[in-house]
Design a protein around this ligand. Sequence first.
Ligand SMILES: Nc1nc2c(ncn2[C@@H]2O[C@H](COP(=O)(O)OP(=O)(O)OP(=O)(O)O)[C@@H](O)[C@H]2O)c(=O)[nH]1
Ligand SMILES: [Mg+2]
Length: 382
Amino acid sequence: MRVHVIGLGGAGGRIADRLAADSDGDRFLQGVNAFDTDAAALDALRSIDESRRHRFGDAAGGGGLDGDLHAARRLGDAHASELGRAMDDQQPSLAEAFVLVVGLGGGAGAGAAPALAEELTRLYDVPVYAVGLLPTPAESEPREPDSPRASATDDSGERPPERPLAEKNAARTLDALSDRCAAVFPFDNAEWLRPGEGIADARDRLNAVVTERVAALFGAGEADDAESTPQQVLDASDVARAVGDDGEIAAVGHATQAVEPPESGSRFGLGLFGSAEPAAVDTSEAVSAIETTIRKATRGKNTVAVPEGRADRTLLVVGGPPAWLNREAIADGRRWLADETGSGAILSGDAPVPGGEEVFALVVRSGIDEPPRIREIRESIA
Ligand SMILES: Nc1nc2c(ncn2[C@@H]2O[C@H](COP(=O)(O)OP(=O)(O)OP(=O)(O)O)[C@@H](O)[C@H]2O)c(=O)[nH]1
Ligand SMILES: [Mg+2]
């Protein structure tokens, strides 16, 4: 499907920038923008063309809002139509969905996202999805002094928290986005950190994970050439059916396995596509690669924890070199997934990648029980 991705605030801008770098020219990325009040943060981006970065809210004086969600909401409301217009040169009316990417615990991005979601909903008839980065518990806790001589300490020897209001901002922003977006995809930063790591140390790695999953989900079914047109095309309405339009949260699992490209010299392979060229892929190897990636995508770390793995609706995408996409193995995987998640509905599609060197599986679950970290965040304002 074709999406227009908008990164809001520091984190959102970095992830949109990375998506622009990794998916440059891919058809699914219909448009991409970065919006922030912070001129320096926008300047630090590398891949989004300058004309697609937009600083808004002169009242912020060209800086960030330091987590002041109240001020940020006011700016977002005042500038939402300006942000909508800043997207116009990329033909947003061709997008099949909008994807807002935002750090939920901050100021500028979290404050502007609900107003922009509302504006896009008013202007266009397609879903607005949000990818929301959850703050870590450590961001709102007093920090250990870096060293015995750490300078900026208070009387207790602790430094003040990095973002004292992160959890409360996130709770309010989750509520606001659930009201205004078709679905929210949380990414639980803390789950992806190693012991002792902070977001600042790990952000490139975290952002690579977010970017890869966003591209795998929205890029599936948007092949660039005719040979890779999937047999079972995943389209925008499949995604919409899987994640609903009620602002529910959805979790994304993903796994890959490196495979040998087929030897026959054919880019097209056999497998699903019944090409005349026999492809030299061993069936049992293909079956095992598919089974393994589906299981890993399901049971491995998701973007947010799924209690008991249960979901009302599940979407499965299997991709890779066509010769490796064994149809029976995919059908078996679907049955296993229905059992594993208890989902009445499993939607699925394939994403052939001619000449690709890995098989991947993507599993999206919606209608899940509240993940513990989301509950903790919501309770911070209860
Ligand atoms: N995954 C990821 N999360 C980040 C990154 N940077 C910040 N975050 C998270 O996002 C939250 C908001 O941070 P920013 O995006 O910098 O905030 P902002 O929207 O620019 O808001 P202000 O700077 O306060 O105006 C933080 O509390 C972190 O939890 C990043 O690069 N990657
Ligand atoms: Mg900022």
